[in-house]
Design a protein around this ligand. Structure first.
Ligand code: ADP
Ligand code: MG
Length: 409
């Protein structure tokens, strides 16, 4: 049996016309000899009646004290709705389709409600249906704990469902269908001449995804990478070949992840972060102070990023959502942190960045020519990050895209 996982995002299942396009992608797969497993997200985006955000707002607006377990039960309904209508569409064109929830599909998670991790997949029930010639539609974004509680997997969770199923079912490929023609050198909503990346390694795309390129969830890339299952990111609405994510780069053979002609793969951005700066120079034991600050934030479940520890100050970012909570914690410790709200992290990513002279110089030049102030910067062997004011984010992404000539030639 040749198994193909096909995942369709929220915009792909939003209207009857779009669901018909989804059905034709499933039909193409069947006619090419595949047994498809179709993973769906909830219908539409924020504001649409059955979107995940709509359920979240319902709970937040009226029942602000809803326990996490019940919130996950509510959140898991969106995919059940979209899965049901897709089964109906597929049946209407002559396929025998069956809807599986994450629980039916054997997706076992831990009990971290709202952001659960898949720990195991038991694919027996899906295989049974595939053997009977059925198309199995699986609700993305959710699973079940060992003791039978429904969980959800966090933002982008349907991508993770698709990858986990792809690995468990030993699929030939995992196709992630969305509303753009593939992974691009930057978000096409910000950069007009962003270019489709034809082939890219798991590692490069993982970095881009971690830095905010939300076209695919990084966890999904990591899972597919474990078993070397190729991922393809494609459009539901065109026949473009999309982006192939693999370890094989063209003309190179296997495993040439490290050396790469391309210095910069792409540019990603993450808006809505707050920079906090705590002056520590007058505190008696500097190391102890630094430790206390990060311990206190960790205890409050606040994740910090962009950390810079210097002798006189500690700087870091938190998401805007938790900024006031973080400030209160610091004030309770006797600090009056400097706060720059509404910042954005802009990152250039490329396996070839390490050791190439002049990349940082070009980055600084591009940003200063565009009038963008760099609030903070950091780098690793594949990524250089800068923190900028949110109102400069689009300008920064565009300037860097142009400087590194990533656009359509
Ligand atoms: P889906 O609902 O199909 O999962 P998402 O909204 O999660 O879709 O992801 C698709 C969106 O990701 C695109 O519409 C695009 O605006 C955005 N995006 C951000 N960065 C990139 C990138 N580098 N390449 C392609 N799309 C990107
Ligand atoms: Mg998505």
């Amino acid at each position: 049996m040749r198994i193909l996982v096909q995942k369709f995002g929220g915009t792909s299942v939003a209207t009857p016309e779009r669901r018909a396009q989804v059905a034709s992608k499933v039909s193409e797969a069947v006619h090419s000899g595949y047994s498809p497993v179709v993973v769906v997200s909830a219908i539409g985006r924020s504001g649409d009646p059955y979107a995940t955000d709509t359920f979240l707002n319902l709970a937040k607006g009226i029942y602000s004290d809803l326990p996490k377990r019940e919130l996950d039960l509510l959140m898991s309904c969106g995919e059940v709705i979209s899965g049901t209508v897709l089964v109906s569409t597929l049946n209407s064109i002559g396929f025998e389709a069956v809807l599986f929830t994450g629980a039916h599909a054997g997706i076992i998670t831990n009990d971290d409600f709202g952001d659960a991790r898949i720990v195991r997949v038991e694919p027996g029930a899906i295989l049974e249906q595939l053997e009977k010639g059925k198309v199995v539609v699986v609700t993305g974004f959710q699973g079940i704990t060992e003791d039978g509680q429904i969980t959800t997997l966090g933002r982008g969770g349907s991508d993770t469902t698709a990858s986990a199923l792809g690995v468990a079912l030993e699929a030939e490929t995992i196709d992630i269908y969305t509303d753009v023609d593939g992974i691009m050198t930057a978000d096409p909503r910000i950069v007009e001449d962003a270019r489709i990346i034809d082939t890219v390694t798991y590692n490069e795309i993982c970095q881009l995804a971690y830095q905010g390129a939300k076209v695919i969830h990084p966890r999904a890339v990591e899972i597919a990478m474990q078993r070397n299952i190729p991922l393809r990111i494609k459009s539901t609405f065109s026949d473009a070949p999309g982006t192939l994510v693999t370890n094989m780069l063209p003309d190179r053979g296997v495993g040439t992840d490290i050396t790469n002609d391309r210095i910069i793969t792409g540019i990603a951005h993450t808006p809505n972060v707050t920079q906090l700066k705590v002056l520590t120079e007058n505190t008696p034991d500097l190391h102890l102070t630094d430790k206390r600050i990060f311990k206190a934030l960790a205890l409050a479940d606040i994740s910090v990023d962009f950390i810079s520890v210097q002798t006189e100050a500690v700087e870091f970012t938190v998401s805007d959502e938790v900024a006031s909570k973080a400030i209160k914690i610091l004030q309770n410790m006797g600090f009056e942190p400097g706060v720059i709200p509404s910042c954005a992290k802009v990152s250039i990513v490329g396996a070839g960045i390490a050791g190439v002279p002049g990349v940082m110089a070009d980055m600084v030049e591009a940003l200063s020519d565009a009038g963008v102030t760099i609030l903070q910067s950091a780098d690793s062997h594949t990524t250089i990050w800068v923190l900028v004011h949110k109102e400069d984010m689009a300008t920064a992404v565009q300037a860097l895209h142009q400087k590194f000539r990533l656009g359509v030639c």
